[in-house]
Design a protein around this ligand. Structure first.
Ligand code: 3HC
Length: 293
């Protein structure tokens, strides 16, 4: 059973990327944001990303127009009533996500709809238990930038049915063309359980005065062929999201390697959230270029 009517809750970096990828693959998408202004901003993000795809000849004018024609944005969650799959991609905050799942349970009328979360770290079981239909709830975790990164982590909870797992796999792999890996329902799944301690180590290295941000990042780019260094990557992910994922991991495992370093907390408190706020470990005049501390 393919997904033809997708809902995405949250039109930020991840939600807008998911909507774009699905629309480019022929799926009708409704993106729900908290306010009309936020919904407009989400559409702007999608339009800019599709324009980027046009510039780099990844899609034709006709394909871009068709993809945009398949996307609508709204601030009304009720618009998701007829969807056969909904992906939640709101901020990485457990209470917020629980509230979304409880509402989706009432709003989505199709009893067999997939209810997925793009959470980076929150156990799927907790989100599933906010609904009366945990067998249909699953983690479908994308990576930023969604149109570029080929990976999806599929995370079934203890109560996700086999049929839901198969449908979610087919959706991510066959319909969206992503590489799918499967993880057990533990905070951080596979990728963030490995990535976050690495990023936090880089923040501690900077915090201790051991090396500059530029040298830490250059070390990993030129020494290990990573596409970007850990601090630039934290800026791309968003320092608030990095912090939230670290907190979920720390809460689950109580391992010091997952504990957010004070510098990361202070930067979040200061609103220095990385690319999206114009300043994190680097300053950004425009979205792609780091300009130093
Ligand atoms: N939307 C669409 N396309 C984009 C894009 C975006 N936001 N950002 C980059 N691209 C495309 C560009 O158009 C370009 O395409 P082309 O080669 O066909 O012209 C290609 O990607 C490369 O982009 P650039 O030349 O502008 O820049 P770079 O070569 O420096 O690549 C990058 C940018 C793709 C972000 C690369 O640095 C990279 O892969 N970085 C690592 C990203 C990563 O690790 N992501 C995972 C984060 S962890 C996560 O998301 C999990 C979460 O739970 C925390």
């Amino acid at each position: 059973m393919t997904v033809t009517q997708l809902g995405v809750v949250g039109g930020g970096l991840m939600g807008s990327g998911i909507a774009e990828v699905a629309a480019r693959r022929g799926i009708d998408v409704v993106v729900v944001e908290a306010t009309d202004d936020a919904a407009k901003a989400a559409l702007g993000r999608i339009e800019r990303s599709i324009a980027r795809g046009l510039r780099s000849s990844k899609l034709s004018e006709a394909e871009a127009e068709a993809a945009l024609g398949r996307i609508s944005v709204t601030s009304d969650l009720e618009a998701l009533g007829d969807r056969d799959a909904v992906i939640e991609a709101v901020i990485e905050d457990e209470a917020t996500k629980l509230a979304v799942f409880a509402k989706l349970d009432h709003v989505v009328t199709r009893a067999d709809a997939l209810l997925a979360s793009n959470t980076s770290s929150i156990p799927i079981m907790k989100l599933a238990m906010a609904t009366q239909r945990p067998e249909y709830v699953i983690g479908i975790h994308f990576f930023n930038p969604v149109p570029v990164m080929p990976l999806v982590e599929l995370v079934p909870s203890l109560l996700t049915s086999e049929a839901t797992q198969e449908r979610a796999h087919a959706f991510a792999a066959d319909q969206l063309g992503k590489h799918v890996i499967k993880a057990k329902d533990r905070a951080g799944f596979i990728v963030n359980a490995l990535l976050i301690p690495y990023i936090l180590s880089a923040v501690r290295m900077l915090e201790s005065g051991f090396a500059t941000a530029e040298d830490i990042d250059t070390g990993m780019v030129d020494g290990c062929a990573h596409p970007m260094g850990p601090l630039a990557l934290a800026d791309l992910i968003g320092l608030d999201t990095t912090m939230a994922v670290a907190e979920s991991l720390y809460e689950e495992f109580k391992e010091p390697l997952f504990a957010p370093p004070p510098l990361l907390s202070r930067m979040c408190e200061a609103g220095l959230l990385g690319r999206k706020s114009g300043r994190g470990f680097y300053r950004y005049d425009e979205p792609s270029a780091p300009k130093g501390g």
